[in-house]
Ligand binder design. Structure first.
Ligand code: SF4
Length: 255
């Protein structure tokens, strides 16, 4: 049995009022399950799928995977800078507390797309759908799964109301995979070994996922290790001391 989506009354009302539902799709299991469930309750012409492309730091084939598992066109957006370029310019890696990568490379370009697309459609209500789940972390568990996004809304010359909705907020991991199976789909192949699918080398990745990334993408792995050396700042710490990515995962790179 598929677990039910989190569906507040406001969402039911917005469906009837013709709101546009923007599905932020990373290619990961949570996005995939979210899409499968949202399309069951929202008419197809009110769904738009958007992916923030992070270029070489993503897993190869992610966009093909998304396209294979959706019935809609895939809108791909990009920031005007790259992940590694951003790190080099700043001389620091992002951190869990300061996730410039998410804000600048994902959220920013996706909201820009939403603003423009909503305007082109002559619509005024956007529902920004994200696959975040309470189980992922204590800080995520404190989030409200349905909120009015004041920053992205406006009510003067341009009328735009943007809401953030987390349809699978209360799902646990097994329920996510079950939802994908019930939709007759498979998750992205890297889940055979990965716990999460994100950047190949995520600043919050576990050693298991990072090792898998290093094995699959050795050239990209080398780039990360070289960049750490170049800027004198590491992605990870061991206690209070910095530790290089290759030492952190136990796969040595000679730079
Ligand atoms: S996956 Fe990790 S490294 Fe990549 S943008 Fe998200 S938080 Fe940053």
């Amino acid at each position: 049995m598929t677990k039910e989506i989190y569906l507040p009354d406001e969402i039911k009302r917005f469906i009837n009022e013709g709101a546009i539902f923007y599905i932020s799709h990373s290619g990961g299991k949570d996005s995939q399950a979210m899409y499968a469930l949202v399309k069951e309750i929202v008419p197809p012409n009110q769904i738009v799928v958007v992916h923030a492309d992070l270029g070489e730091v993503e897993w190869e084939g992610v966009q093909d995977h998304i396209q294979t598992n959706i019935d809609h066109d895939l809108n791909v957006v990009r920031a005007n800078k790259t992940f590694l370029g951003m790190v080099e310019q700043r001389g620091m890696w992002p951190s869990a507390a300061y996730r410039q990568c998410t804000s600048d490379l994902k959220r920013g370009p996706i909201f820009k797309f939403i603003r423009n697309d909503l305007k082109e459609r002559g619509a005024t209500i956007a529902i920004n759908c994200m696959g975040l789940r309470a189980q992922e972390s204590t800080s995520r568990a404190k989030k409200d799964p349905f909120t009015y996004n004041k920053m992205q809304s406006c009510n003067n010359r341009v009328i735009r109301h943007v809401y953030d909705w987390l349809p699978i907020f209360y799902f646990v991991t097994d329920e996510v995979f079950q939802t994908i199976a019930n939709a007759g789909q498979e998750p992205f192949w890297a889940y055979e070994r990965n716990e999460r699918l994100s950047c190949v080398f995520c600043i919050m990745g576990c050693v298991n996922d990072l090792r898998h990334g290093a094995e699959q993408r050795p050239k990209l792995f080398r780039k990360y290790v070289e960049l750490e050396k170049k800027i004198g700042h590491t992605m990870f710490m061991k206690g209070k001391d910095p530790i290089s990515l290759d030492d952190h995962i136990g796969i040595k790179v000679l730079v």
